[in-house]
Design a protein around this ligand. Sequence first.
Ligand SMILES: NC(=O)c1ccc[n+]([C@@H]2O[C@H](COP(=O)([O-])OP(=O)(O)OC[C@H]3O[C@@H](n4cnc5c(N)ncnc54)[C@H](O)[C@@H]3O)[C@@H](O)[C@H]2O)c1
Length: 452
Amino acid sequence: MRITIIGSGYVGLVTGACLADAGNHVLCMDNDAAKVELLRGGGIPIYEPGLEQLVRDNSAAGRLAFTDDLKKSAAHGEVLFIAVPTPPDEDGAADVRHVLAAARAIAACMAEEKLVVNKSTAPVGTVHRAREVMAEELGRRGKEIKFSVVSNPEFLKEGAAVEDFMKPDRIIIGVDGEGEGGGGKARQVLEQLYAPFNRSRRRMLVMDVRSAELTKYAANAMLATKISFINEMAALAEILGADIEHVRQGIGADRRIGHHCIYPGCGYGGSCLPKDVQALRRTAAGHGYEARILAAVSDVNRAQKTLLAKKIAAHFNVDDGGRGEGWKKLRFALWGLAFKPNTDDVREAPAIALARHLLARGAQVQAHDPAANANAKKILGDGLRLYDDPYAALSGCDALLVLTEWKVFHNPDVKRMASLMRGRAVFDGRNMYRPAMFSAAGFTCHGIGRPA
Ligand SMILES: NC(=O)c1ccc[n+]([C@@H]2O[C@H](COP(=O)([O-])OP(=O)(O)OC[C@H]3O[C@@H](n4cnc5c(N)ncnc54)[C@H](O)[C@@H]3O)[C@@H](O)[C@H]2O)c1
C-alpha cells in the first residue's frame, strides 16, 4: 500500500518504518526541513532501540522515503496518517491546531479518494472537526472528492516503540458504523494494513470514533493513576516506618493489581502522561464535570517531582526555599536525564526539573545520561556540566542523584564512587538500590518510601 505519514517524530517515524518493513511504500513528511535532511542522509533524530536499523534497511530497499513537501506527500498516500504534536495550551487543554492544519493541507491538494487516519492523541471530537475542515477546504476548491477520517490512537512506549508497534497489545480503530461489519471500506483497509502485526491473535478492536479517542486518554490516565497511587503509598510508608518496596511486591502479586506501573519514584514525566491527564481534565471541565481523580493524580505527581529536592535540602541542612548560601557550596552528580530509560526524550522529565531547581539555587550539577545529554543541554544550556561517562560526573560531588533507571546504573562500583566523590550521599529517585549496598563504603542512600 502507498502510505503517507505527516509528522515524523517518535510516533510518525516508528509507524512509517514499521509499515515500510511490512512491504508498504511509505513517504514520511515533516515540516522540519533539518529533520528531513538528516533522515535522508541516513541519520536518525531520536534514540529508539532498533529504529535506526529499520529506517536504514527500508530506505535502502526503496520502501521508505522522507520529504518536507506536503503536496507531494498528500499525492503519494492512499492512506495518510497524522502523527503531529498535540501540546497543551495555556489552560492545559490539548492544542489540536497541528492536526487540523494537516487535515486541511491534505484537502487542499488531494486529487483522488483518501483515507486519513489520526494517530495524534487528540480530544474526543477532533476527528469530526478534521472531517469538517476537510469538507470545508474541498468546498472552497469546488471539488467533490471522497474521503474518510478515522481514529487510530497510538499506544507505543518510548524506549520499546518498535517492539510495541510490531507486537501491539491492541490496535484501536475508531470508525463510523461500529460493530461487526461496520466501518466500511476504511475498516477493511486498516485490517489489511495491520494484518502483519495482528497474526498470532486478533488484536484489532473496532469501535466508534469518540470511544477510540477517549480510550487513548483513559489508558494514559489509568497508568498515571497507578503511578500516583503508589507514590502516595510511598509517602505513607515513609511516615509509618514501612518499606514501600515490600508493599509494592505485596500488592503486585495480586493479579487484579499486577506489577506494572506501580514503581514508586520521583514522578512521571514524558510527553504523554502529564499532558494527557491535564487535557482530559480540561475536556471534563469543558463539559461541566469535575474529574476529581485526575486532579488528585496530577497534584500527587507535581509534589512527587519536588520530593528529592526536599530530601536533599534536609540532608544538607540548606534552606528548601533557595535562600542562603548553603546551596552554592554543593556539587551534585545526576545520573539519568531522560524521563525513562532507553529514550533520549527529556520532555517533562523529573531530572530536568530537579537540575533546574538545583542550578537556580547556585549548586553545581554534573550530569550523565547514556542518550539524553544533547537534549538536556538544549533545555538547560551550559549551566549543566555534561559527561559521557557516569563516573567522570561524580568527581568532587557531595551526592549522587539517580533519576532514570538505565540498566547500566544498576550495579555501580561503590569503591570507585567513594574514591571520586567528596560526600557520601545517594538519592535514589527510582528505588534501584538496596540501601545496604552502599553502607560499607559509608554512604547513606535515600530512596522513596523506604528507610535510608
Ligand atoms: N511519544 C510517544 O510516546 C507517544 C505515544 C503515543 C501517542 N503520542 C501522541 O502522538 C502525537 C505525536 O507525538 P510524538 O511524540 O511523535 O511528537 P514529536 O514531537 O516527536 O513528533 C512530531 C513531529 O511532527 C512534526 N510536525 C509538527 N507539525 C507538523 C505539521 N503541521 N506538518 C508536518 N509535520 C509536523 C514535528 O516537526 C515533529 O517532527 C502526539 O499527539 C502525542 O501525544 C505520542
